[in-house]
Design a protein around this ligand. Structure first.
Ligand SMILES: [Zn+2]
Length: 163
């Protein structure tokens, strides 16, 4: 499968109605596209000598504060951490656990392309579960060829694990 076929598959999958793309956006001072742009800024700091796939995440709170994260790889591959979980670690370590983030934007792309804001980079399952722990009502903003799309984390991770 080549990159173009992969892009088409992603688009098809995200256009599936079962993913419940939502059309309402609760934040007044920033658009979904602007939040994606913040995630793009974060992706520039990605440490990706092994995959060369840069990912950035921008987590925004109701008051407009933004916490970012990028993916950080390791020669011992299992130690690699995704951008979304880096953003969560950043949030927790800054004492912002109870601040209730509203949305997270995620962008990703191989470093030899410029498709960050055209191809969706959905959070992996591990990141969805991590986000669910701290922000079950979170919105997830993803890039697409048609512009930003917004989803509910709950719809992307149905029947999540809980204690
Ligand atoms: Zn992940």
């Amino acid at each position: 499968m080549n990159v173009e076929e992969l892009k088409e598959l992603h688009e098809l999958d995200l256009n599936n109605k079962e993913h419940h793309e939502i059309k309402t956006w609760p934040l007044e001072n920033i658009t979904p596209q602007e939040l994606l742009d913040k995630a793009l800024e974060a992706s520039k700091f990605a440490y990706v000598p092994h995959s060369h796939f840069h990912v950035g995440a921008a987590l925004i709170f109701k008051d407009g504060e933004i916490i970012k994260g990028c993916n950080i790889e390791n020669a011992s591959f299992g130690l690699t951490i995704c951008a979304e979980r880096t953003a969560v670690a950043n949030m927790i370590s800054h004492g912002l656990k109870d601040k209730n983030p509203v949305a997270i934007a995620v962008v990703g792309s191989p470093e030899d392309t410029d498709d960050y804001l055209k191809v969706p980079c959905p959070p992996c399952g591990m990141c969805r579960q991590t986000l669910m722990e701290f922000a079950p009502d979170l919105l997830v903003v993803l890039a697409s060829h048609e512009g930003p799309k917004v989803y509910k984390l709950k719809d992307l991770l149905p029947f999540s694990f809980n204690l």
